[in-house]
Every structure is written in C-alpha cells, then in structure tokens.
Write a protein that binds this ligand. Structure first.
Ligand code: URA
Length: 243
C-alpha cells in the first residue's frame, strides 16, 4: 500500500506514533526534520512521507504495517483486557499509530502461536472471513484422555457451543497422543477451541496456533515475542501456499 498523498507534516508524524503535534513543532525548531534534504519550516507543511527524514532516518513504515508475530503465553491482544499487551513486544510508537495496528483473529491470553498484526482492514477481512477459506490450525493439549469419538463429533458440523445459535462448521481433528490433538478450524469464534472441547466434556490445558492457511509457525523461525515485517501481498502468498 503506497498511498502517496501529501499531508500535513505534524499529522503524518503523529499518525505514525512519533509524538504529539507540539513535539513536531519542537523538532522543526531544532532542525531535526528535513523534507527532500531541506529543513522543515512548518508543522502545516504538506509533505509526502517518503520525502521526510526525522533525525536523519526515513519514517517507520509510513505506507502501512503488517507483521507476522509469535505471540507468547500471558500476553493480551486487546487494549481493553488486563495483562501485558502484545504491543510491549513492538517499538513503542506502534501502539499510537493511526490507523491502529490490530491483531487478526485474536488469541487468548493463555494461547501462544502465530498471529498477524496489521493496520490493513482489507487484509484483516481476507484472513478472517469464512468465505475466504483460510483455515487456522491449533496444537491442543488436554486435561483428560481423548475418548475416540472427537474426530467424528467435530467433523459432523452439528456441535453447538454454549450461548451460540448456529452449530460450528465442520472441523478436522487429528489425534497426536493420548491427550494431544491437532484441530483445524474454518471459522474463528470466541475461545472456539476451548469451548469445543468443553462442549464434549474435556478441558484444554495448552493451546498454540501453529498455522494460518499454509503459513506455519515453524517455517517462520520466530522465537516467542519475535516478529517480522511483511506486506499484505507477501502474506497472502504465504498463507495461500503460493510463495
Ligand atoms: N480458540 C481458543 O479457544 N482460543 C484461542 O486463542 C484461539 C482459538
């Protein structure tokens, strides 16, 4: 996304999370901002992001930001929840960006794994809409041994979760051990994996998202809390298995 549109210097910098408009006035006074190599003269100056250097450095992803992130256990995706935010793993200014960076298909505080964080609303929709058929794969550890009927129950497309009006879409489960399974979902409901196992009398004790479509956490080679910047195009290619 390179929406090369001239905008006010102070608005551009504050939307990228650099600071308030009064900070921009100060940086101009100190000569820390240049536009095409010339010192900036006014916060109201209309500029293109690529013309601007702040402290001799280009601006931080001014045309949109999408990252692939390995969410650690114990971090929360939403600013409304209590706990350590995922934003603590990113540069400080990112939490103040507008449009905001948000997690695509949130993971619970006690779930780790692959998470896309983006400010691109179209990409967010493409990754989450069931119509786009991008499945999500989870590695599940359970409190009690599997009974043997779970694969059929989840595949049937009849499982009704507490409080929901429609049954879950068919999901594929593979047994990995006495208390371990892989579950592939084609939709993303609130706490879905935990609620699916709760609905059949079990309890999830460990949950990691290992894949989003064809993109695998292992292939990303990211430690917990690490991330890498990508683009919407590259991400869609990775997720679709075209990369
Ligand atoms: N299902 C859950 O129960 N939790 C998650 O974080 C993701 C899917």
């Amino acid at each position: 996304m390179n929406n090369a549109k001239a905008e006010r210097l102070d608005k551009l910098l504050s939307n990228l999370g650099y600071g308030a408009r009064k900070d921009v006035r100060y940086w101009i006074k100190e000569g820390w901002i240049t536009i095409d190599g010339e010192p900036a003269t006014s916060p109201a100056q209309k500029v293109l992001a690529d013309q601007v250097l702040l402290d001799e450095k280009p601006l931080d992803h001014p045309h949109g930001l999408t990252i692939i992130y390995h969410k650690p256990l114990g971090t929360v995706c939403s600013r409304k929840e209590n706990g350590r935010l995922i934003y603590a793993d990113f540069p400080d200014r990112w939490i103040d960006r507008k449009p905001p960076l948000s997690a695509v298909g949130r993971l619970d505080k006690e779930t780790s794994g692959l998470l896309i964080v983006t400010d691109d609303g179209i990409l967010n929709h493409q990754l989450t809409s069931p119509k786009k058929h991008i499945c999500k794969t989870y590695a599940v550890t359970l409190d009690r041994p599997l009974q043997g009927n779970e694969v059929e129950l989840f595949a049937a497309g009849t499982l009704l979760l507490e409080g929901d009006e429609r049954p879950c879409l068919p999901a594929e489960m593979r047994v990995q051990g006495e208390k371990e399974a892989t579950l592939i979902l084609h939709e993303g409901r609130y706490h879905q994996v935990r609620r699916m196992f709760a609905a059949i009398g079990n309890h999830v004790t460990g949950l990691t998202r290992t894949h989003i479509g064809a993109l695998s956490l292992e292939a990303c080679d990211l430690s917990e809390g690490d991330y890498k910047v990508t683009t919407a195009e590259e991400l869609m290619a990775l997720v679709s298995g075209d990369a």
